[in-house]
Design a protein around this ligand. Structure first.
Ligand code: FES
Length: 96
């Protein structure tokens, strides 16, 4: 999968172990993706999905509720809840 920031490909990472979350892979690659609760409720780990392969699983109940409560866009997901898959491309938000 690939991480993007400021429209530039930051890095492509191998999905290891299988079932790793987007946040877990970002941390492993030392990328600046915020996080706090790790339970899918705070919304701080949000990413924008730029390319979603068919294998990408849809949000489960907790993530879906948080996305709705925080009025996130349809292309946003929570990195701590989202299981990475080959071909996935996400954008990490940049905060000033
Ligand atoms: S770290 Fe809180 S929702 Fe992901």
């Amino acid at each position: 999968m690939t991480f993007v920031s400021n429209e530039v490909d930051l890095t492509s990472v191998e999905i290891k172990p299988s079932g790793a979350t987007v946040l877990g892979l970002a941390r492993k690659a030392k990328l600046p993706l915020d996080s706090s609760c790790l339970e899918g409720t705070c919304g701080s780990c949000r990413v924008t999905v730029l390319e979603a392969p068919p294998e990408l699983e849809p949000p489960h109940d907790v993530e879906r509720d948080t996305l709705a409560e925080r009025q996130m866009r349809a292309d946003e997901r929570l990195g701590c809840q989202m299981v990475a898959c080959p071909g996935l491309k996400v954008k990490i938000p940049v905060y000033d």
